[in-house]
Design a protein around this ligand. Sequence first.
Ligand SMILES: Cc1cc2nc3c(=O)[nH]c(=O)nc-3n(C[C@H](O)[C@H](O)[C@H](O)COP(=O)(O)O)c2cc1C
Length: 168
Amino acid sequence: MKLAVIYDSRTGNTRQAAEWIAEGVLSVPGTEARCFSIHETDDAFIKEAKGIVLGSPSYAAAMTPDIHVWLQTSSGKLDFPGKMAGAFATEQYTHGGGDLVIQALLHFEMTCGMLCWSGGRAFGKPIIHLGPVGVNNNVEAHNALDYYKDNFVTYGSRFAQKAAEIFG
Ligand SMILES: Cc1cc2nc3c(=O)[nH]c(=O)nc-3n(C[C@H](O)[C@H](O)[C@H](O)COP(=O)(O)O)c2cc1C
């Protein structure tokens, strides 16, 4: 079963988070995970994927303009409807809008008719309500993206377990 992690990333944080999610996905037997920048997708793989996780940095507490445009222009030809869907974000401030980015991505996925899922509290701790958010250390010296690695990996593993239940 194929699962795709698709992201926008200018300075590498969201790409790193995507790779951690894919690492979690791959821990579930029978799954194949690939990460794609919105600027370099493999459309055949994405079309075949049973689930898609979308990720964006927080830009003014919103998804980036580039991923917004990409979603508007590409989702129609990539067979989004009916696939499982999730979302994640990175930010540089603890309260920098990551949850809002995820919420907007989930809204978009819902409008496509995707099966939005985060795990919520279904798996116990760590509870990941809407999707994982990582805060980098651009501004906050006490923070670092690495501190959030486990949440991204765990999220990927849970997402793949649920996808296997539904589509396996
Ligand atoms: C135009 C712009 C706007 C940003 N706005 C926010 C913001 O509102 N809140 C925040 O926490 N970080 C903000 N950031 C920082 C990025 O969200 C953060 O560094 C992110 O991890 C970058 O992801 P990337 O390395 O994948 O490009 C902004 C960065 C840019 C370039």
